[in-house]
Design a protein around this ligand. Structure first.
Ligand code: AMP
Length: 284
């Protein structure tokens, strides 16, 4: 695996792959890798000739009171993990490389950036869209891999790629969970032992939503209420939102006719966790 820190060297590496007819899969991350990230790496490796992983803690997607400075970082460990997976290139640019003096541009995906996490994180998704577009332009992959864990991000990036005619496929892979159901996240390490023990309530509450749906419930409000109720039983959890929305447009649903995304953000102390599930009628 080669470690690349400059945009120029990254472009050269991909150009060299392309010259010999190799396809390129790309996994953008903020590092502190876990099995969720590695599942994306494996999906890329299974399809593309070459896999590029980026690690960049993107300041543009953090609000002023968020955890940019304390976000966990361990490049040596990440490097070893990616090496073991057989990744070809690790792209690890500096802040200055990505956002030099005078940087002014921002990409917005209107509408999709506003609901769910957008409500409490203004500017977050513009930061995500902007860095993804930059990374896509630098790496020029055939496919870019994202996790369903960050459902709104995946929907928004896919729409940006479509709207701007980007010549790549956005592939979304399932959420990887701990054995107790907690969605893997680089932020799980912020949890105290008590909070960590309480956090699986999120997935249990989402499974409750699925069970209600499978039992015939189609009223989105009642499903959201049941999820809030289940989380409410856990004193360490403070619900930011529980929403049942259309999975493509992220607009609130009253009744579930086709598919629905049940998404939530919940705080445990100062740690904000997100999770979601997609529910839809089983194929018959
Ligand atoms: P991050 O490093 O948190 O920005 O995540 C990088 C990519 O990994 C994003 O596409 C995330 O959606 C994805 N990801 C993070 N956690 C998981 C998980 N538990 N399962 C699947 N994908 C994940």
């Amino acid at each position: 695996m080669i470690l690349i820190e400059t945009i120029r060297a990254m472009r050269t590496a991909v150009r060299n792959f392309r010259t010999v007819g190799q396809s390129v899969g790309f996994v953008p991350t903020m590092g502190f890798l876990h099995e969720g990230h590695l599942s994306l790496v494996r999906a890329s490796k299974a399809r593309a000739d070459r896999t590029v992983v980026s690690i960049f803690v993107n300041p543009a997607q953090f609000g002023p009171d968020e955890d940019l400075e304390r976000y966990p970082r361990d490049l040596a460990r990440d490097r070893a993990l990616l090496e073991r997976e057989g990744v070809d290139v690790l792209f690890h640019p500096s802040r200055e490389e990505m956002y030099p003096e005078g940087f002014r541009t921002s990409v917005e995906v209107r509408g999709l950036q506003d609901p769910l996490c957008g409500r409490s994180r203004p500017g977050h998704f513009a930061g995500v869209a902007t860095v993804c577009l930059k990374l896509f332009e630098i790496v020029r992959p055939d496919e870019a891999y994202f996790g369903q864990k960050d459902a709104q991000q995946a929907v928004l990036v896919r729409r940006m790629a479509q709207d701007l005619n980007l010549d790549l496929e956005v592939v979304v892979r399932p959420t990887v969970r701990e054995t107790d159901g907690l969605a893997m996240s680089s932020r799980n390490g912020y949890l105290s032992p008590e909070e960590r023990a309480a956090a699986p309530v999120l997935y249990r509450s989402l499974e409750r939503a699925r069970a209600l749906y499978e039992a015939g419930e189609r009223d989105a409000g009642r499903i959201a209420e049941a999820v809030r109720g289940a989380i409410g039983g856990e004193p360490l959890a403070a619900v930011e939102y529980v929403d049942v929305v259309d999975p493509a447009e992220l607009l609130p649903l009253e009744r579930i006719e086709g598919a629905a995304l049940v998404a939530l953000a919940v705080r445990f102390g100062s740690t904000r966790l997100i999770d979601n599930i997609l529910i839809q009628a089983k194929e018959t």
